[in-house]
Design a protein around this ligand. Structure first.
Ligand code: NAD
Ligand code: MG
Length: 387
């Protein structure tokens, strides 16, 4: 029996993880499940998986959670502190499936107790890559990437020498507006940005897919996780979302990872690592698919990609500022306060304003990251107010 915890259990990643877990009930014992405002959904998952502890992120929902778990005998807690504390409960494998920078503190706690961290929460690496990877090394804990592109790169690198890697190409579907003219994108609504052509994901990452902010985060994630130099990492539009990433080596060979757009592959790979086991994903019929297509992303439509490269070059706390400004801009877009293309303006202006305050190249601590995150949210909010 492996002891596993799922942070962000009520989300898209959490649901896919528990779908795989439910198929092999004799192999896993669930330690912790966490969620947010969806108390009914969290309680239903808890009744099915019988964890030791159930936690909601919201302190004011503890009474509701307790009532929803009435008669189950399951322990519950609430608040950001309770989530971080729950991550320090001994577990063999922890899914980091919370969305946003809120996923960082529990991820660090899980690594400190030596758990294998299955990392869907890319924001952890963007905000605090050096801190997260150092915490893993110091505690002899493993971080396994769950983002589909990074799982693909990880798999293409098995048995390979990193020094022989010439380039890494991560693909992007292009999201909801890939065939829209720029003028139409400027007037796009959150509702239009919230439907993805290929992947079924949470609302925030779906909108980030339309702006390519998701790909921007993933460029930084590739740099932080694999230690590959920024100029060797490319993003490529591939509307079919079948090739997730390609790794090019110094002899000209490319290893491509191909599979259907179903997150249960990347999650299942991390769950079964270092073994490979049967997974319930579609098997591709290439003759029926016929062809794959590719095009270069147009950076006038997708300024997020340029910003990501600037962030990688700057290093230090630039990633934390970039992510926090992006989260603030996304909230403002969802609230209809700014336009779709203005999200990148808010992020760029925040980066410019805060860069002069120093991005810090000292050893990174969680306090430094949280402070940069707070300053960037304040600064981005005032930029939003001036637009
Ligand atoms: P989602 O919105 O479907 O679920 C988010 C989960 O996080 C929910 O359980 C929610 O309750 C919880 N949550 C939200 N805010 C919280 C907070 N402040 N504190 C604690 N918990 C909070 O999101 P998702 O699509 O499952 O994405 C989760 C993470 O995985 C994100 O970092 C995303 O970028 C990454 N990811 C998702 C996919 C996908 O297919 N959905 C693919 C690759 C990477
Ligand atoms: Mg991805």
């Amino acid at each position: 029996m492996r002891r596993i915890s799922v942070f962000g259990a009520t989300g898209s990643i959490g649901g896919n993880t528990l779908d795989l877990v439910a198929r092999r009930p004799d192999d896993f014992a669930v330690v912790v499940l966490t969620g947010g405002h969806n108390i009914a959904g969290l309680a239903e998952l808890a009744r099915r998986h019988r964890p030791e502890l159930v936690v909601t992120a919201h302190e004011d929902r503890l009474g509701d959670l307790r009532a929803a778990l009435d008669g189950t005998g399951l322990a519950c807690a609430a608040g950001a502190g309770a989530i971080a504390e729950a991550a320090s409960r001994p577990a063999d494998w922890v899914m980091s499936g919370i969305v946003g920078a809120a996923g960082l503190p529990p991820g660090l706690e899980a690594l400190k107790q030596g758990a294998t961290l299955a990392l869907a929460n890319k924001e952890s690496l963007v905000c605090a890559g050096p801190l997260l990877m150092a915490t893993a090394r110091e505690n002899r804990a493993i971080v396994l990437p769950v983002d589909s592109e990074h799982s693909a790169v990880f798999q293409a690198l098995i048995g390979e020498d990193l020094a022989a890697v010439e380039r890494v190409i991560i693909t992007a579907s292009g999201g909801a507006f890939r065939d829209w003219p720029l003028e139409r994108m400027r007037a796009a609504t959150p509702e239009q940005a919230s439907s993805h052509p290929n992947w079924d994901m949470g609302q925030r990452i779906t909108i980030d897919s339309a702006s390519l902010f998701n790909k921007a985060l993933e460029l930084i994630e590739t740099h932080e996780y694999f230690g590959i130099e920024p100029h060797r990492i490319e993003a490529l539009i591939h509307p079919e979302s079948m090739i997730h990433a390609m790794v090019g080596f110094n002899d000209g060979a490319l290893m491509a990872h191909i599979g259907p757009p179903d997150m249960r592959h990347a999650i299942g790979f991390a769950l079964n690592h270092p073994e490979r086991r049967h997974l319930p994903v579609e098997r591709l019929d290439f003759a029926a698919l016929g062809q794959f297509s590719f095009r270069a992303p147009d950076e006038t439509r997708y300024p997020a990609l340029r910003l990501a490269r600037e962030v990688m070059e700057a290093g230090g706390l630039a990633g934390a500022i970039f992510n926090a400004a992006k989260e603030t801009a996304l909230d403002a877009f969802i609230a209809h306060r700014i336009g779709f293309m203005q999200m990148a303006e808010v992020v760029e202006e925040t980066l410019v304003k805060l860069s002069s305050t120093g991005l810090g190249n000292a050893v990174m601590t969680l306090d430094m990251v949280l402070d940069a995150d707070r300053r960037a949210r304040d600064c981005a909010s005032s930029v939003v107010n001036q637009l």
